[in-house]
Each structure stands twice: as C-alpha cells, then as structure tokens.
Design a protein around this ligand. Structure first.
Ligand SMILES: Cc1cc2nc3c(=O)[nH]c(=O)nc-3n(C[C@H](O)[C@H](O)[C@H](O)COP(=O)(O)OP(=O)(O)OC[C@H]3O[C@@H](n4cnc5c(N)ncnc54)[C@H](O)[C@@H]3O)c2cc1C
Length: 393
C-alpha cells in the first residue's frame, strides 16, 4: 500500500463512517471537525430501507439495539374541509426504519476506535502535491497525508479540488423541517402518525410527518418536513428561520393542510424550525489529486430520496471494501470513482424525479385512484434501487 496516512475533513456521518472502515483496514486516520463537541443539529429524522439498517448492523456501524421506528405504510392525505386528518387518498406499503440523526451520528462516533478525532479544528486550506496532500488547519499548523477525504458536507471546500465545475443547481422549492417530543403531540394520536408515516399533498408541494426515536428524554419525537414550490430565492445557507419566512410557512399550512396536521406542525418551537432551498449537485469526478469526496461533499441529493446519510455511509463502506481489495490508492480511488459517482448521480436523478412529481409539477392528487397512485409512483421510481419504496424488490 502506498501510504497509510488518511486525513478526513469533516467528522459528521460520512467522516465518521469512513474513519471507522479505514481504521479497521489498517490506515492511520485523522479526522478534522470544525464544530466542537457533539453534533446534534444537522437533522431530525433519517429514514433508511430496512435492508440498509441490517447492512449497517452487519458491518458493525450501528448497534443492533439502536432505536428505530419501523414503518410499513405511508398514508397520503389531501385536505377535505374540516376533516381532521383530511381525505385518505392512498396507502403505500414501504419497508422503512426511521432513525434520529443525532443518535446515528453518536453511534458512529462511539466506534472511532483508535482514530484521531480532532473537533473544534477547521481545515482552512488544501494543498495537493505529487505524492501527498497538505491540510492547513485553523490553529495555524499544517499536516501531510497520503490521501485526503472531503467529508465536509454540501458546501464542501474539497469539492473544488476534485470537480471545480460542480455547482449547486436550485430545484425551485424550499424545505421546512421541525420536530419536538411526542408528549407535545395533540391527543389522541392517530394510527397514521403513531405507526405510519403520513403525507399531506397539495398543488405545489407536500408535507411528511412521522415519529422518530429520541435520546433525551428517551422515547419518541415527531419529525415533519414540508416541501413547497417557491419563486422566492433564498440564500444557500441552512438555519433557523426569521419572522418573514415563518409567515410563509403559516400561510401554506392555513391554505393546504387538514386541521390535525396543521396543528402538528404549528406546535413546533419557532426558533428551532429550519428552512433551506433544495439543490442538486451532480459530479463528473469523485476523486482527483489524491482527494476523494464522500457523502454530501460529493453529489447532493434532494432529501426526498431518503439518502443523505445512507449515501454517506455507503460511500464509506465502498471505500473500505475497495481498499481491502486493491490496497494501492490510485487503483482504490479510480475504482471508487467508477462505482460511487454513477450511484451518486443516479440518486440525484431520482431525487429530481421525485421533486418534479411531488412539488414542482404535481398531479391532480384528489382525482387519482389507488391504481393511479401506484402507476405514478412506479414511473417516478423507474430505476431507483436505494429508495425506500423500491418496487423491484
Ligand atoms: C441543517 C441540516 C439539517 C438536516 N436535516 C436532515 C434531516 O432532518 N434528515 C436527513 O436525513 N438529513 C438531514 N440533513 C442532511 C444530512 O445531515 C446529511 O445528508 C448527512 O449528514 C450526510 O453527512 P455528511 O457527513 O456527508 O455531511 P454533513 O453532515 O453536512 O457533515 C459535514 C461535516 O463537515 C464539517 N466541516 C465542513 N467544513 C469543514 C472544514 N473546513 N473543516 C473541518 N470540518 C468541516 C461540518 O462541520 C460537518 O460536521 C440535514 C443537513 C443539514 C446541514
């Protein structure tokens, strides 16, 4: 093997997963994470296909006892006068397991056995060389690595060294997200929320509501996400919302949501509600100059595809497997690019198809029969293999 020193920029899901697998493969791994302490606020719910959950357990990346909400159906509702839940349009079978983002990260972080995880230390510069990559660090020092992984998220600085032409493309809609403990959920809690995932659909968007595990206090939380078409441009950053943007959410809840689901979302503490534009990033390379990208630093997939965290972990698993198979970094990175770039770009395509069908070019939902829904979903998922509702299985 031509070099064991691996530097990883970013210690979130992708960075931790990669550190675990490469450490197990015998590399000397150093992770630089600019945030200090535990990462908690990158997300709420993360839904995996059950098969992916089983794969993570088998690979020793997640504890078999790690809590999940197993969901077998998604209910699709539309507003119907004052009917509390609205009109049930379709019951879609699924095989999902919902996790808490923070608990998933903590599971990975706990497994970094032997890796050097330096939190509160940003990477400020990347200098590729002939046989090594130098990372400049926030404390004024610099370190050399045989290979560097950019696991630095959707606004990656490493991406510019691998594929300078890759830029975010705005999808034409925004995503609002929020959540809170189940004890705040209006009673009685319907089966559609307690045991299933539910969506409210309307012309120009939809909302998704479900329960996810909670760490403190242990139990469950409600998690919701609303995708809404907008001509309004938003800055690319993510964050808690300000007053004007909250009015936008209030208005769309009043206009489109049945009373119970409106109340579920309205009970969210306003200063914890997040909104951000939905973007696509496609890639023409995943690795160059001994720098490889993983997770959101590589392709950025729309959240509908249920694959941000899943893709991050699968990128890391592929890197670990290819390292075991080939051991020479040039070959490993070329094989990684050949395997994961098409997979990442295919997920971007899938996310785009879902977004067009469910947000920017919505059908006449209320006139559709369950058979119409089934055919419509099949056409959206054509070729989609990682998605929760893969119909090929
Ligand atoms: C605010 C927010 C909310 C989200 N909510 C959800 C959700 O509810 N459900 C869901 O499924 N997904 C959600 N996501 C997406 C999900 O978090 C990612 O898809 C998933 O975490 C992929 O992980 P990643 O490690 O590739 O990237 P990220 O989780 O974005 O991690 C990148 C890491 O790199 C670090 N970093 C960046 N630059 C540097 C640098 N120069 N030096 C050192 N460290 C650096 C960052 O601090 C961060 O920890 C959300 C993302 C964000 C940002």
């Amino acid at each position: 093997m031509n070099g064991k020193r691996v530097g990883i920029i970013g210690g979130s899901i992708a960075g931790c997963a990669a550190a675990i697998v490469l450490r197990r493969a015998g590399c000397d791994v150093t992770v630089f994470e600019r945030s200090a302490g535990a990462l908690r606020d990158r997300g709420h719910g993360v839904s995996f296909p059950v098969e992916v959950r089983n794969e993570l357990e088998a690979e020793g990346l997640i504890d078999a006892r790690a809590p999940a909400q197993f969901i077998a159906e998604r209910y699709w509702f539309a507003r119907d006068g004052d009917a509390p839940l609205g009109r049930l349009l379709w019951r879609q079978s699924m095989h999902g397991a919902s996790h808490n983002w923070g608990m998933l990260w903590a599971n990975l972080r706990d497994r970094l056995d032997g890796a050097d995880y330096r939190d509160g230390l940003p990477v400020t510069g990347i200098e590729p060389g002939a046989d090594a990559v130098t990372l400049r660090l926030g404390d004024g020092t610099a370190e050399r690595f045989d290979v560097v992984l950019g696991a630095d998220g959707y606004q990656s600085m490493a991406r510019a060294f691998v594929d300078p032409a890759a830029t975010p493309h705005h999808a034409g809609y925004v995503l609002w997200r929020g959540g809170y403990p189940i004890t705040e959920v209006p009673e009685p809690i319907p089966d559609a929320l307690r045991h299933q995932s539910s969506s409210v659909v309307y012309s120009g968007g939809h909302g998704v509501m479900m329960l996810i595990p909670a760490p403190h206090p242990p139990g469950l939380r409600v998690y919701w996400a609303v995708y809404h078409r907008t001509a309004q441009s938003l800055s690319p950053g993510l964050g808690a919302v300000t007053g004007d943007r909250l009015h936008g959410l209030d208005d769309l809840l009043t206009d489109h949501f049945p009373p119970y689901w409106r109340e579920i979302i309205a009970r969210t503490e306003r200063n914890t509600t997040l909104v951000h534009p939905v973007v696509d990033v496609r890639m023409s390379q995943y690795a160059a100059q001994r720098i490889a990208l993983i997770g959101d630093a590589a392709t950025v997939v729309r959240p509908h595809a249920g694959s941000g965290a899943v893709k991050a972990v699968q990128d890391a698993l592929a890197l670990g497997r290819l390292h075991r198979e080939h051991r020479d970094w040039d070959t490993v990175l070329a094989a990684y690019d050949a395997e994961r770039r098409p997979a990442g770009n295919a997920l971007v395509d899938l996310g785009e198809r879902i977004g067009q069908a469910q947000v920017t070019s919505t059908p006449s939902w209320t006139t559709m029969t369950p058979g119409d829904f089934d055919a419509w979903m099949r056409s959206i998922l054509a070729g989609g293999r990682l998605y929760l509702y893969d119909l090929e299985k």
